[in-house]
Design a protein around this ligand. Structure first.
Ligand code: COA
Length: 156
């Protein structure tokens, strides 16, 4: 595979990424984030959005909201041709470093019950299932698992 062996660079989300991220959202999700929703995160002081690039191309991204000492991952996605190369791992490592540097207590997320591959990915990063949200997703309707990873945190 052409992408194999090329290094992965992680940078803060910038205006030049938005078009590709809109395309990534449409490719990965049945209710994708819009161009405008992504743009609004560029000026959101709570947003921690990071983009992984391979050979100058957008390979994937992660978006997190940081509120007090808690993080909430809104989305993580990697283009199919860049999967299983460690791209999401690099993105999650970036959030791990951010969480430790900012004395965060936890990071949480929701994931579709049927999305076993994403659950296996989160499991590898020590996220644990802490609850369910009934009919959280639409198109198709499905329950969400709530998964959380805890850190030391300044208040613990
Ligand atoms: C989930 C996703 C982000 C993983 O991205 P990725 O860059 O391929 O992940 P990595 O290469 O860093 O994988 C790290 C580990 O996660 C696990 N993993 C990743 N994809 C997996 C899959 N399809 N099946 C099983 N385990 C998987 C494996 O343990 C993997 O390690 P390994 O490759 O050494 O076995 C990607 O599959 C994706 O974009 N999916 C569609 C969008 C999505 O569902 N996002 C989550 C919404 S909650």
């Amino acid at each position: 595979m052409e992408e194999q062996g090329q290094s992965i660079t992680v940078v803060p989300m910038q205006p030049c990424h938005i078009e590709e991220l809109e395309r990534l959202e449409k490719e990965c999700f049945s209710t994708p984030w819009s161009f405008d929703a992504l743009v609004s995160e560029l000026s959101n002081p709570l947003a921690v959005f990071r983009v992984a690039e391979i050979g100058g191309r957008v390979a994937g991204y992660v978006g997190m909201q940081h509120i007090v000492d808690e993080g909430y991952i809104c989305n993580i996605a990697v283009f199919p041709q860049f999967r299983r190369l460690g791209v999401a791992t690099r993105l999650m490592e970036t959030l791990d470093e951010y969480a430790k540097e900012n004395d965060m207590a936890s990071i949480s997320l929701e994931v579709r019950e049927s999305n076993v591959s994403a659950q296996q990915f989160y499991d590898k990063f020590d996220f644990e299932v802490v609850g369910h949200r009934k009919n959280f997703y639409s198109n198709p309707t499905e329950d969400a698992l709530i998964m959380t990873k805890t850190y030391g945190g300044i208040f613990s």
